[in-house]
Design a binder for this molecule. Structure first.
Ligand code: PLP
Length: 406
């Protein structure tokens, strides 16, 4: 007798239980319509209709589940949320208009005036501005500490500390935080531990399993992977996520259905893309190390990197971002970048196309000279977000940069 799937509109969560992130990336969260399409459908509608005035009232009153208005309920966005929640191992996810909106919504929903945050110094520049300039206006103060110095984290925690925030590995030097140790510190302090998992993605690192309370993402980077859309997402336990959802519903920085659909398509290939990024980055890092014109290479995949063992203990791979110092200063770094022909000169990262940038004058250009020095952003530093082109062709293009230094 042939088996007929009674529930063919979506795969019930229980049927995927215990499966791997690679499978979740392709299968989790899909919502199928009565047309029985194989690929994810897109619902580009701002609002939804009801069968009666009573049903509208029941939906608005929360007595009946269902869609109301796409600022806070849209099936394509929900499919993306379901898929990334499964991949991160979280109870729930909420999608946002950008990575910054994910961080902002987390802070607005879970912090209040008088609260204190401890944040790692090397976070994305705009995250730093959000805490220092904007959260401060609402009475939330932030202390910045070294990502890797546990003594600094311990010293910075105060009775009013409500959140520890990190990005690991750090950008652009690839320093790695001890996620388990920071989770224990946050727990002891009664603070929430938030990890920006943008660089690793759930394919390489699952911070919730390591003790984090919340994971945030800029979906703009690897989750899309092809440089098409801006978006973000927050993942974590239902209780906290309900608060964040409530803020998003009221404040509005939510994800559009079109972007959610693009991210769903991006997630399907995320595991194989991440493996290709990691392989290429490791080979390029080892190759760059052998070039006499290169002073130092920063990539945790190299066995001599000080955080190699720690990275191995909490990540499944070392990611696609590496950086290196050329011999000389800004002039030599710019000459190297300008000599490349194929690699894109852009500050974005996480794309299948390899990108190259000079952090001191772009991504970290707004930092004071002291902050730059503390973060290790020197004038001769170059960051490469390694894509998935043939690695020998990437070497050919980077060799043009090396030639320019001779
Ligand atoms: C680690 C990290 N977090 C957050 C963001 C902000 O994301 P978005 O540009 O999607 O707002 C970025 C952007 O570059 C980032 O690199």
């Amino acid at each position: 007798m042939t088996h007929c799937r009674e529930e063919h509109l979506m795969i019930p969560e229980s049927d995927l239980e215990g499966m791997s992130v690679d499978t979740f990336a392709v299968r989790a969260g899909q919502i199928r319509t009565g047309q029985l399409e194989h690929s994810d459908p897109i619902f580009p509608t701002s609002s939804f209709v009801y069968g009666s005035a009573a049903q509208a009232a029941a939906r608005f009153g929360g007595d009946e589940p269902g869609n109301i208005y796409s600022r806070f309920t849209n099936p394509t966005v929900q499919a993306f949320e379901g898929r990334i929640a499964a991949m991160e191992g979280g109870e729930r996810a909420v999608a946002t208009a950008s990575g910054m909106a994910a961080i902002l919504s987390t802070c607005m929903a879970l912090l209040k005036s008088g609260d204190h945050v401890v944040c790692s110094r090397g976070v994305f520049g705009t995250t730093n501005v959000l805490f220092q300039k904007y959260m401060a206006k609402f009475g939330v103060t932030t202390s910045f500490v070294s990502l890797t110095r546990m003594d600094e984290w311990q010293a910075a925690v105060r009775p009013e500390t409500r959140m520890l925030f990190i990005e690991t590995p750090s950008n652009p030097l690839g320093e790695v935080a001890d996620v388990r140790a920071l989770a224990a510190l946050a727990k002891a302090a009664g603070a929430l531990f938030v990890v920006d998992n943008c660089f690793c993605t759930p394919v390489l690192q699952r911070p919730l399993e390591l003790g984090a309370d919340i994971v945030v993402h800029s979906a703009t980077k690897y989750l899309d992977g092809q440089g098409r859309c801006v978006g973000g997402v927050v993942v974590g336990p239902e209780k906290l996520l309900e608060e964040i959802y409530g803020f998003l519903r009221s404040a509005g920085p939510t994800m559009s259905p079109f972007n959610a659909w693009v991210f769903l398509k991006g997630l399907e290939t995320l595991p194989i893309r991440m493996r290709a990024h990691c392989e290429n980055a490791l080979e390029l890092a080892a190759w760059l190390q052998q070039q006499p014109e290169i002073e130092e290479v920063y990539y945790a995949g190299l066995s001599e990197h000080p955080h190699h063992e720690l990275a191995k203990s909490q990540q499944k791979g070392f990611g696609g971002v590496l950086s290196f110092c050329v011999k000389g200063g800004r002039e030599q770094a710019w000459a190297f970048i300008d000599a490349t022909r194929m690699i894109s000169i852009t500050a974005n990262l996480g794309d299948v196309k390899t990108t190259i940038t000079h952090p001191a004058t772009t991504t970290h250009g707004r930092l004071s000279p002291e902050d730059k020095a503390q973060a290790g952003i020197t004038e001769n530093l170059i960051r490469v977000s390694v894509g998935i082109e043939a690695v020998d062709d990437l070497k050919k293009d980077l060799a043009r940069g090396i030639e320019a230094l001779k």
